[in-house]
Design a protein. Structure first.
Lengths: 139, 396
């Protein structure tokens, strides 16, 4: 028998995204700006899906955005997530345009709304930096 | 003059295996069963078949092996057309597209299109069958952020899409439930349907959450089984045993998703432009459609698909379905076999098989009165891939 508690599968840096996760470990959210057409994106391939040009430079994003949509998970799919049920998962539309999936923290599931202003908070699962978002505090 | 391909081909054979929790067979075994049934249905001999198009279900991505080898499992020699296709849930309709085009081009005569899947294991849940499909290695990179945030499977993706629609347009849980209730009412009239108990809106609300805003009863079944259809030239179809179901219109729509501001794949699907192509070829509009067989992996899929075909305006799908018009006796009979929600889940073959049955007027207790124009759709990914067929019992 394996008595170790199951661990959540956390996204690991690959060759292309090493700078993204390294910056995350420092609490900064990076986006890539295409060297050819200047579109901001989160790269999933060496070439830009907009202009198909190669090359990009990382630049720091505001870390702010809004909840584009969200859902609340009730079904148990992975044992490591079971203690968190029901947990939320959201798609955040960053102020710069790109969208990324993330959990929301610091808000009850019942209080989440589409359009809610949020900001990034980098947390850790084990050693891995994980971007999560919390409601923007009223100034 | 109408479009050259309108009525050029017809569906002349249909084979549906027993469905559901049937164990001990691979998806290839099921596919062979379905093709045998379709051949018997069509009156064709195996030697008449010169085209084979194959669509593996989720087990095709799990090493189950349904693929080009099906040709040899079926003992089909000297095929003039063969492919193993994958455009997810839009593939079934697409197989009929490519079969029709190949027949028109003189590249094939009788084309078998087959889908098979066998993800259910004895004692295993539907969630086990689908929830972790294809997730063998750990998540990586930006794409991996999704799994890293606990996003598992299509249920989550469609919950996110439905929530977006609810927020933009005020779509309600009752309206999603109306789709489930209407389809179940049809299922009670379909002996092949797995779910036979009548369903009320209260039952719907009482069903457990899977991924909020989706209840269990918003989500399709998972089934083991196979469906095969045979596409033939229209001039041959007229002399064959079954009433032909003619292909009047075909269209596809795959909008893409750049995952940035401005795209709205969750609420504006490829059906918007698949509709233009398919209706244009058929020379009809939504007002002419007598019966809809829509891909219904989730209740929400039906609602957004109806909008994108122009049955109602964008955002009004909820109000459109709420009055029960999709159910028996309603003004727009939809998913008349119970759909993927209540009958069986054979990806795009669920709507297509029921469209053929309705087109043949073989629906028994659930047969619709008017079946001159039938819309049958396929949808795949997270609303990323869409294909349409406009079918009719009439040659022209």
């Amino acid at each position: 028998m394996n008595d170790e508690a199951p661990t959540k599968p956390v996204s690991a840096a690959d060759e292309l995204t090493e700078p993204f996760f390294a910056a995350g470990a420092e609490g900064r959210l990076l986006l890539a700006r295409c060297s050819s057409c200047a579109e901001l994106r989160l790269p999933i391939a060496p070439n830009c899906p907009s202009c198909l040009g190669g090359g990009y430079e990382w630049e720091e994003a505001s870390g702010r955005g809004t909840v584009y949509t969200f859902a609340v998970m009730h079904q148990r799919y992975h044992p490591a997530w079971e203690p968190d049920l029901p947990y939320n998962i959201a798609v955040i539309e960053l102020d710069e345009g790109p969208r990324l999936p993330a959990n929301l923290i610091g808000v009850d599931n019942a209080d989440i709304t589409v359009g809610l202003p949020v900001e990034v908070v980098w947390e850790r699962e084990g050693d891995a930096p994980v971007p999560r978002f919390q409601p923007v505090r009223a100034v | 003059m109408g479009h050259r391909l309108r009525g050029a081909a017809a569906i002349t054979g249909l084979g549906i295996t027993p469905m559901g929790r049937i164990y001990g067979k691979s998806s290839t075994d099921f596919a062979v069963d379905a093709v045998r049934l379709a051949l018997a249905d069509s009156g064709l001999a195996k030697s008449d078949i010169d085209g084979l198009l194959i669509n593996a279900g989720i087990t095709g991505f799990q090493g189950d092996g349904l693929g080009l080898g099906l040709q040899n499992a079926l003992g089909l020699s000297d095929l003039r057309l063969l492919n193993h296709m994958n455009a997810a849930g839009s593939t079934a309709a697409q197989m009929v597209h490519y079969a029709t085009m190949a027949i028109d081009a003189g590249m094939a005569t009788h084309v078998v299109c087959v889908f098979a899947d066998a993800p259910l294991r004895e004692g295993g849940s539907a969630a086990a069958a689908y929830g972790n499909a294809g997730r063998r290695s750990g998540p990586q990179g930006i794409q991996g952020l999704s799994a890293g945030a606990g996003h598992f499977g299509a249920n989550t993706a469609y919950a996110l899409a439905a929530r977006r629609h609810m927020a933009l347009y005020g779509t309600t849980q009752d309206q999603l439930g109306a789709v489930a209730v209407a389809e179940r009412a049809w299922a009670t009239k379909n002996p092949m349907a797995k779910m036979q108990d009548p369903l009320t809106l209260e039952d719907y609300h009482a069903s457990r959450w899977i991924v909020e805003p989706l209840h269990l009863l918003d989500c399709c079944l998972v089934s083991n089984g196979a469906v095969a259809v045979i596409v033939s030239p229209a001039d041959r179809a007229a002399g064959m045993p079954q009433p032909p179901v003619y292909v009047w219109g075909m269209g596809q729509g795959h909008p893409g998703d750049t995952r940035r501001a401005g795209d709205s794949p969750e609420t504006e699907t490829g059906a918007r432009f698949a509709a233009k192509t398919a209706f244009g070829m058929a020379g009809v509009g939504p007002e002419d459609v007598d019966v809809c067989e829509l891909y219904d992996c989730y209740t929400y899929t039906v609602l957004v698909t109806l909008e994108d075909y122009g049955f109602c305006k964008k955002g009004e799908g909820g109000a459109f379905v709420e009055d029960g018009k999709l159910g028996p006796g309603g003004s727009l009979p939809t998913n008349t076999g119970g759909g993927q929600l209540s009958s069986y889940y054979m990806w795009g073959m669920t709507p297509l098989s029921e469209a053929i049955i309705q087109g043949r007027s073989q629906g028994g207790d659930r047969q619709v009165e008017e079946n001159d124009v039938i819309l049958s759709t396929g949808n795949g990914g997270a609303l990323n891939y869409h294909a349409a067929l406009v079918l009719s019992p009439h040659a022209s």
